[in-house]
Design a protein around this ligand. Structure first.
Ligand SMILES: NC(=O)c1ccc[n+]([C@@H]2O[C@H](COP(=O)([O-])OP(=O)(O)OC[C@H]3O[C@@H](n4cnc5c(N)ncnc54)[C@H](OP(=O)(O)O)[C@@H]3O)[C@@H](O)[C@H]2O)c1
Length: 323
């Protein structure tokens, strides 16, 4: 038996239970991975709350790093003893050991630690696809990134800076503004007390930005559109404040805007995309251009508290669990 966090009904953090599980042997195409470090992501709260429904009872968690303990038949991507990490389903990363499709695993280079990998695989690959593939940010461009001091946010600020972009970031407090600034955010806006569309116009000399990366969702959607230059792109990639619903498509006519609702799952569905994207992320980390800031650590058994802190906006940067 090994330990895992599971939930039998959707709800608040209290539904997360620390249980004994029997992992079993890997089937065809699967690997058994022993986790050394596990990552916390906001999507875990959507699974737990039921915003993204899962068959119940369910495991939870999509990001971890560890060692391959066994492989099933037909596995070519990894071998026993490999140091690996992953970002993706099925949910079940909050566990000491698990089975996972081997084609989700990426072997780690020596320059990337298990802790770094567990803290960045999902968040860093998200930044890669957002700023390199959803919208290829070029040197000299000014872009807006919401929740700039969060897990995804701090990686984005540094990577955008390395590309030569000017970064405008929103945050909810002065403390978070200081953290975002220390990671390459040129202009911070405290969107809980300032009108961020007005500030973006001020900062850009009235022009607006070509792209807004918005993971806050409900509370920022219309404001984000107001930050765009004509024909600009709004990438809504999360629901931090709740999902965006019931939008009249005619709001886009204000500036012939584009809106996309991208997911990491789509952008890494092909193994070749996953490998290329991970290689680029590892390169950014190994070169020191992107530092992975692990600002919270919890024991796996304390997953309830970790969820409370993440949803309560108390965290910055990445958060990891020790199994
Ligand atoms: N579509 C994708 O492929 C994809 C992949 C990865 C992540 N995401 C999304 O990206 C976002 C960031 O993920 P993360 O794991 O790095 O989390 P995070 O940014 O570390 O935490 C979420 C942040 O959202 C902000 N926020 C704004 N309104 C909020 C509210 N009402 N309640 C709670 N938080 C609020 C908070 O920052 P402030 O206090 O500064 O406002 C909070 O710290 C999440 O929305 C996640 O779902 C999407």
């Amino acid at each position: 038996m090994t330990k895992a966090i599971r939930f039998h009904q959707t709800g608040g953090p209290e539904v997360l239970a620390y249980e004994d599980v029997d992992v079993g042997a890997p089937g065809e195409g699967e690997a058994r991975v022993r986790h050394n470090v596990i990552g916390l992501n906001f999507i875990d709260t959507y699974h737990r709350s039921g915003l993204y429904p899962l068959p119940l009872p369910s495991g939870i968690g999509l990001e971890a790093a560890g060692v391959v303990e066994a492989v099933g038949s037909g596995v070519t991507e990894v071998k026993v003893g490999d140091r690996v990490a992953y970002s993706g389903g099925p949910p079940g990363a909050y566990s000491e050991e698990r089975l996972i499709p081997a084609n989700k695993l990426v072997t780690l280079p020596s320059g990337v630690s298990d802790e770094q990998a567990a803290a960045m695989m999902l968040k860093g690959l998200t930044v890669q696809y957002l700023i390199r593939r959803v919208y290829r940010v070029e040197k000299g461009e000014t872009v807006l990134f919401h929740a700039a001091a969060g897990g995804v946010g701090l990686i984005a600020c540094q990577w955008l800076k390395a590309l030569g972009a000017t970064v405008i970031g929103t945050v909810s407090s002065d403390e978070k503004a200081a953290i975002a600034k220390a990671h390459g955010c040129d202009h911070t806006i405290i969107y809980t007390r300032e009108k961020f569309p007005e500030r973006v116009r001020e900062i850009t000399g009235g022009r607006g930005v070509p792209v807004v990366f918005d993971s806050v969702g409900k509370d920022t959607f219309y404001g984000s559109l107001d930050c765009l230059m004509p024909r600009g792109l709004l990438a809504v990639f999360g629901n931090g404040s709740g999902p965006v619903k019931d939008v009249d498509i005619n709001v886009l006519a204000k500036g012939s805007f584009y809106v996309t609702r991208p997911t990491l799952m789509t952008y890494t569905a092909q193994r070749s995309d996953l490998e290329a994207s991970a290689k680029e992320l590892f390169g950014m980390v190994e070169s020191g251009k992107v530092k992975i800031e692990i600002n919270q650590r919890y024991d796996l058994a304390d997953a309830q508290q970790a969820h409370r802190d993440l949803e309560g906006r108390k965290t910055t940067g990445s958060t990891v669990f020790q199994p």
